[in-house]
Design a binder for this molecule. Structure first.
Ligand code: 4AD
Ligand code: MG
Length: 479
C-alpha cells in the first residue's frame, strides 16, 4: 500500500479507508487492552494516533515499540473518540522498521534542555521544537526567493572561496592545500603561496556583496543567498562562524530605496510565516511562554504571534546615528552606568545592548539607523558630503539588535580608491571591484540580512545555535 503522509492523513474524513502510514514513535501509552501510539513523520507538528488492540500475538511486538522506533503501520482510518484529534488509525498490521532501545535512545518524551539537545544534534530533528524550526526555516528560504523573484530580481551564486576580504575586517578562514607540516618557503623565509592550490592566499568568503555589485551593474536587480564565514571569536547567542546571508544589490537605488526594500522584504517574509507556518508558530509560542513562566511580567517576551504582527503593523523608525547617540547618551541605563559599554559620545560603535535599547525601550518598534561614522563602517560605503559619515543603514530588531547591515555604495572611482588606500585595502586583490567604477558606474545600494538572525526573530528562540541544524562556533565542530 502506498504511504500517506501524516499531514494529509489528518485532513482526511473518508472513514474505513485502508491506509499505510510510516514514521517515528513519539509516545506509547495505554491500558491492558489497547495501546495508543503517537506517530510523527515530520510532515506536520501533529501526530497521528495509532490504536492497537492487545492480544496474545502482539505482546512481543508492542514491547519493542518504544519512543524513537520507526514503524510502518497498515490500518483503517476512523473517527477519533478521544479528544485532541479528529481521526486516528486502527492498526491491522505493524512492522517495526527500526527499534530504539529505551535505555539508550536519548530523546525521551520529557523536557530536555536546549543545551542537552545541542549535544545530540544528530537526533534533535526528532523533537517537536527542532522539527518546527526546520519547517519554518524552509518556509523562510522559500519566502525570500519568492519575494525577490516576484520583483524581478536574479539570484546569483557568489563564490565561496575568495581571494579578497569583502568587509576588510580580516576575519577570514584560510583555505589551503599546503602541507602544514612542511610549508614551502621563499628565499626570504616567507610562506610561498605560489605553491598553494590557487597560487595565492585563499579564504572562505565573509560576504557575497562585491560579486553581487558586479552583477547588479549589468542586471540591475540581483541577490545572493549563500553561506558566509567569519572567524570572529565571539561566543554570543547571535554569532555563528558559518551563517547564511541574503544580499540584494540594486543599480540606481539610493539609501531610501534600500531601506524601503529591506522593510518590504522583512514584512513579506514575516507575513509568509504567519500565513504558512501557524501550527509550528503556535507550538513555539507555547514553548516560549512555558519557558518564561517563572520570569517577572516585565521580563517576559511579547507573545510570538503578537510580536510578528506588531512588526507588520508598524512602519520602521528611520533615525540617523547622530540622533541615536544623543538618545543613548541621555538614556537612563547610560547615566546609571547600566550598559556594559557606556556611550561617551559621537563615534562610539553600537553594541547590541544599545541597539536593543533603541528598539525595545525608546522607539518600541524596529529602527533603521543611517549615516554612521565612516571609521566604524566598511570601505565601500558611499561617503556623505560632511566628510565624517557614510550612507550606511542598519536595521535593528527587538530581541536581536542588528538583523540587516547595508548601505548605498561609493560609486565614485577617486573617492573609493582613496578610501581603500586610507583603510589599507590592497588594490591588487580588489582591482576588479574598482574597475566597475571606471566603466559605466551608477549609484547603487544593497544590504545583507543574516538569515539565522531572522530565524531567531521568527521562531522566538534565544540562541542562534538552535536555529541552524549544525551550528559552527568556536571549538564546536562535532556534527
Ligand atoms: O553587517 P554585515 O557584516 O554586512 C555585510 O556583510 C555586507 N556585505 C552586507 C551587504 O551590504 N551586502 O553582515 C550582514 C548581516 C548582519 O546584519 C547580521 O544579521 C548577519 O549578517 N551577521 C551574522 N549572523 C550570524 N553570525 C555572525 N557572525 C554574523 N555576522 C553578521
Ligand atoms: Mg553590520
Amino acid at each position: 500500500m502506498k504511504r500517506i503522509e501524516i499531514k494529509n492523513l489528518l485532513e482526511r474524513r473518508d472513514y474505513n479507508a485502508q491506509i499505510n502510514v510510516k514514521g517515528w514513535v513519539r509516545t506509547k501509552r495505554g491500558s491492558k487492552n489497547v495501546a495508543f501510539i503517537a506517530l510523527n513523520d515530520g510532515s506536520t507538528i501533529n501526530n497521528i494516533q495509532i490504536v492497537v488492540d492487545r492480544n496474545d500475538n502482539n505482546a512481543d511486538l508492542l514491547e519493542n515499540i518504544n519512543t524513537g522506533a520507526s514503524l510502518s503501520v497498515d490500518g483503517i482510518l476512523v473517527e477519533s473518540t478521544g479528544t485532541g484529534q479528529a481521526v486516528e488509525v486502527n492498526a491491522t498490521n505493524i512492522e517495526i522498521l527500526g527499534k530504539a532501545h529505551p535505555d539508550e535512545y536519548p530523546i525521551q518524551p520529557k523536557k530536555h534542555t536546549l543545551e542537552f539537545l545541542r549535544e545530540k544534534a544528530h537526533l534533535r530533528f526528532r523533537t517537536n521544537t527542532f522539527a518546527a524550526i526546520t519547517r519554518i526555516r524552509h518556509s523562510m528560504i522559500f519566502a525570500i526567493h519568492k519575494f525577490f523573484n516576484d520583483r524581478g530580481f536574479y539570484n546569483i551564486h557568489s563564490p565561496i572561496i575568495t581571494g579578497s576580504d569583502a568587509e576588510g575586517a580580516g576575519e577570514m578562514f584560510q583555505v589551503t592545500t599546503l602541507d602544514l607540516d612542511n610549508i614551502p618557503r621563499t628565499e626570504e623565509g616567507e610562506i610561498n603561496y605560489k605553491k598553494d592550490f590557487f597560487g595565492k592566499i585563499a579564504n572562505l568568503t565573509v560576504s557575497g556583496q562585491l560579486e553581487a555589485e558586479l552583477a547588479a551593474l549589468a542586471l540591475s536587480k540581483v541577490y545572493t543567498f549563500g553561506p558566509t564565514f567569519r572567524a570572529e571569536n565571539s561566543n554570543t547567542s547571535r554569532h555563528l562562524a558559518e551563517f547564511w546571508m541574503i544580499e540584494p544589490e540594486v543599480a540606481f537605488n539610493d539609501i531610501h530605496d534600500n531601506m524601503d526594500l529591506a522593510e518590504d522584504m522583512l514584512k513579506f517574509v514575516i507575513q509568509y510565516a504567519l500565513d504558512n507556518c501557524m501550527d509550528d508558530l503556535l507550538f513555539l509560542s507555547n514553548r516560549l511562554q512555558e519557558e518564561e513562566k517563572n520570569k517577572k511580567a516585565d521580563e517576559r517576551s511579547m507573545e510570538l504571534i503578537e510580536k510578528l504582527k506588531f512588526v507588520l503593523e508598524n512602519p520602521f523608525e528611520r533615525v540617523s546615528y547622530t540622533e541615536a547617540i544623543d538618545i543613548l547618551r541621555n538614556s537612563k541605563p547610560n547615566k546609571k552606568k547600566k550598559f556594559d559599554y557606556i556611550i561617551e559620545g559621537w563615534g562610539a560603535d553600537l553594541q547590541s545592548e544599545h541597539e536593543r535599547y533603541l528598539v525595545e525601550k525608546h522607539f518600541k518598534k524596529p529602527v533603521i539607523l543611517t549615516d554612521y561614522p565612516k571609521e566604524i563602517k566598511a570601505f565601500y560605503m558611499k561617503q556623505n558630503d560632511d566628510g565624517k559619515t557614510v550612507r550606511a543603514m542598519d536595521v535593528l530588531f527587538p530581541q536581536i539588535g542588528e538583523i540587516i547591515g547595508g548601505s548605498q555604495r561609493e560609486e565614485n572611482y577617486e573617492k573609493l580608491s582613496k578610501r581603500m588606500a586610507e583603510m589599507e585595502i590592497p588594490e591588487e586583490s580588489m582591482w576588479w571591484f574598482l574597475e566597475t567604477r571606471k566603466f559605466g558606474t551608477v549609484p547603487h545600494a544593497g544590504y545583507g540580512l543574516g538569515f539565522e538572525r531572522l530565524m531567531l526573530f521568527v521562531t522566538g528562540m534565544g540562541n542562534i545555535r538552535d536555529v541552524i541544524a549544525f551550528p559552527r562556533t568556536p571549538l564546536n565542530l562535532e556534527f
